[in-house]
Design a protein around this ligand. Structure first.
Ligand SMILES: C[S@@+](CC[C@H](N)C(=O)[O-])C[C@H]1O[C@@H](n2cnc3c(N)ncnc32)[C@H](O)[C@@H]1O
Length: 182
């Protein structure tokens, strides 16, 4: 089991990293099942790291990201590193955003789509996730030159955690995701 402290891979609006200590302190001492119907950046899941959990989000891209980190972490890391090896400018950002939108339009949920999501999250304005009415990602470039888009040790620790624990990942509306809660 991963021993290092894990942290979110994405910057995500409403992320709970700053509130993690308070959330942990207010959790019951024992519980049967851990449900997180709005997983978002997964700050709470990764901070608490229960050995069994049902996690969910309505965002298909986000759910694909966690699924790929669980099943194809080496491919995701390799593809992000390949993108990072190219100096980033406006032209590259918009070319990669277009590629990402082609994957979204094709509903191509795979390791490449997850790698594109991570890279874009680091290079878009404020780490926002915003789509238009056709579901295509439309956040502009952040105009910054960034270094690495990932912390490989952290991503590998997350992958190991997702594989070695009993984590069910779903992409449903929260009401359906909570159906099984007794
Ligand atoms: C504030 S974020 C969650 C933050 C997360 N708890 C953390 O610790 O980083 C909210 C998430 O809820 C998801 N969401 C919004 N409406 C939803 C719905 N009806 N059903 C399921 N997920 C939904 C969004 O896609 C977003 O990822």
């Amino acid at each position: 089991m991963a021993e290092r402290r894990m942290s979110p891979v994405l910057k995500w609006a409403g992320g709970k990293t700053q509130l993690l200590e308070q959330i942990a302190a207010n959790m019951p001492a024992s519980y049967n099942h851990y449900y997180e119907p709005f997983i978002g950046g997964a700050a709470v899941l990764l901070g608490i790291s229960p050995t069994q959990a049902f996690v969910n989000d309505v965002n298909e891209q986000l759910v694909n990201l966690y699924t790929q980190l669980k099943t194809a972490v080496d491919s995701v890391i390799r593809m992000v590193n390949e993108m990072d090896a190219r100096p980033c400018d406006k032209e590259l950002y918009y070319a990669i955003r277009e590629l990402y939108n082609k994957k979204i339009a094709a509903k191509a949920f795979d390791a490449e789509c997850a790698a594109l999501m991570i890279w874009i999250n680091k290079h878009c304005f404020n780490g926002l996730y915003r789509v238009n009415n056709r579901g295509l990602f439309n956040v502009p470039y952040n105009n910054k030159v960034n270094g690495k888009s990932i912390d490989e040790d952290n991503i590998r620790a997350i992958s190991e955690y997702l594989r070695q624990s009993d984590i069910t990942i779903t992409c449903l509306d929260f009401e359906r995701a909570c159906d099984g809660i007794a």
